[in-house]
Write a protein that binds this ligand. Sequence first.
Ligand code: ADP
Length: 396
Amino acid sequence: MEITATTEASVAGKAPRPGTQGSEAKPVQDRTRKIRVLVVEDNASDSELMLHALKTGGFESDAEVVQAPADFADRIRSNKYDIVLADYRLPGWDGMETVTMLQQENLDVPVVLVSGALGELKAVECIKQGAADYVLKDNLARLPQSVRRAIEEKELREENRRTQEELARSNRDLEQFAYVASHDLQEPLRMVATYTQLLAERYQGKLDENADKYIHYAVDGALRMQTLVKDLLAFSRVGRKQEPAQDTDCTHVMRIVLANLKSAIQESGARINYQTLPVLVAAESELVQLFQNLIGNAIKFRSAKPPEIRIIAGKRKKEWVFSVEDNGIGIAPEYAEDIFVIFKRLHTREEYSGSGIGLAICKKIVEHSHGRIWVESQPGQGSRFQFSWPCPRERG
Ligand code: ADP
């Protein structure tokens, strides 16, 4: 049996909820449109009572009533409802099945269960499993408030989803822009750098003192810009899937990194200790960049003592946590997050070389693999950089 009911009532004169004004998702009570209600109920007079309660509570609604699961499934596929009001006890099924069916269809339509005495525990269980609320049949005066809240929450969820999608899209655009810009800037920059260097070679000492100084500034600026653009390109390349992620032995990665850093290690007298490290699912070149940036920094930001660097890995639940510890100059805790931001540095180029991109690359590599990176440090007391990486078999 199916009843189609329409109730009409004024929706004017209600104040919007704080915090929802001015957003795309206006509170439902601001609208003049009807809400579309799907009632799942085998008792015609109970359906009438629910719709009457909505009308009394200020809702204008278009309502359809169904009883059987097959009808319900048809309706939700073919139509867009703002709310489902489902009796908890139905002949041959129950109201919670409507929640399951909506979830299976991937539809976000709030379900308010309308029932006789349900019991607190059962009610809490239903809400945990996805029902928006439950209202007792002998307290239908509460129904409009419950429906209003369920619809507003759904609208907030939708708005949140839209914002997340927009953010992801704009991040993709920005990454694409950074990649194209840094890639395409390389050629003209190479011309500028080459010709300013040629100018310096040919005309050094042949013009006046000021000209020598200006040419030196131009060469220096062009070379710096080349380094920045090269670093930016390296940053944009992270996660662009040039190399597939596969089982990668970190002990082997460490050997490559130590070979790459050989001269810095010898010059500084650094001692590097590491135990056997695990195998991760990763692109080898990215793990090399990650460890090389961290160990390179541990050497660069050393104190007066020769660097002592320790790399360890421990398993915590479903992830490996690595730590790279040094006895260097340390970092004030207030900068613990800033240093992972692209081009952020705590020192001048005269004090320490670099462009401030190394840790941003580390963060991007780790986060692309669903891990986290952080630092614990105090000035003068060394630093401990840590990052997590999902264990191979637990990766989704
Ligand atoms: P860069 O090394 O080019 O400056 P990074 O992004 O690698 O850029 O590091 C950002 C900043 O974080 C550094 O300029 C430095 O101030 C600080 N830092 C990074 N690693 C360490 C470390 N091991 N000890 C002390 N400071 C560090």
